[in-house]
Design a protein around this ligand. Sequence first.
Ligand code: AMP
Ligand code: MG
Length: 305
Amino acid sequence: MSGKNVTDMVLANAAGIAKAARILESGGLVAVPTETVYGLAARADSAEAVARIYAAKGRPDFNPLIVHVRDVAQAERYGIFAPEARALADAHWPGPLTLVVPACTDAGLADAVSAGLATIALRAPAHPVMRALLSAVDFPLAAPSANRSGFISPTSAAHVIASLGGRIDLVLDGGVTTAGVESTIVAVRADGSLEELRPGPLQIAAPGKGGHIEAPGQLASHYAPGKPLRLNAMTAANNEFLIGFGAVQGDCTLSASGDVNEAAAKLYACLHEAANAPQPRIAVATVPMEGVGRAINDRLRRAAA
Ligand code: AMP
Ligand code: MG
């Protein structure tokens, strides 16, 4: 059912969620708000539906998807939870934490979800709309960010339409997302040790050592605004759109009071504004590495690459 030229947008009320559930049941694609960014959901147990995600996004097939579930009980049908993984899920779900754990074999999910890896990425999101949707269907939802591959992530329904309009079936409009940056991804190894694969809203494990690309969100270039981006700017040159922070006031300011959480929530909206501005270049003020500031700097570095 995807591949049609018009993407419907409906409010994420009970009727909208029921409509979304019917589309997902028949293998379609629905963009849905989570507390981090908008996700592009399809039923994770259908190879055809999952293939549509990759096609709509233009996503390389080696980049696996996060599978969204209601709770730990549902997650344990698809992944093997060591005590350490179980403790993290109990402490942080529902929430912006993705756990990469060994995959159950023959769990009935599309192979493409894990892109051939022996692990699976699982998350129980906290956003009420996503939770209502997960309760309305009897399968888990594969859902990467609802944007064309490699470009800026969406934090509003309008961002989704601008990137994927005409390529997906429905957008559930649930307003602007609040955490702003994608979930923290933590891998739980066989020996119970933890490795952070992607920084995000939650600070949990030590960053991975890198060297191998295990989460392609780690690719050097990602979140690209389509023009050169300069980091650690104090002022803007004539041809630059300035994204400010704290004392550096910009054309768009992440947080005038220097609050990294506010900055995370506004990051992608500012990058979208900068991408659409007349200036051919973007400059961004320094954001401190404290708390979610690590995730902001991670995304800005990739946007600049
Ligand atoms: P996105 O949904 O667009 O934020 O991207 C999902 C992220 O999860 C990507 O960085 C993937 O590489 C990562 N991911 C999904 N499954 C796995 C897995 N089994 N192992 C490692 N990373 C994963
Ligand atoms: Mg993404």
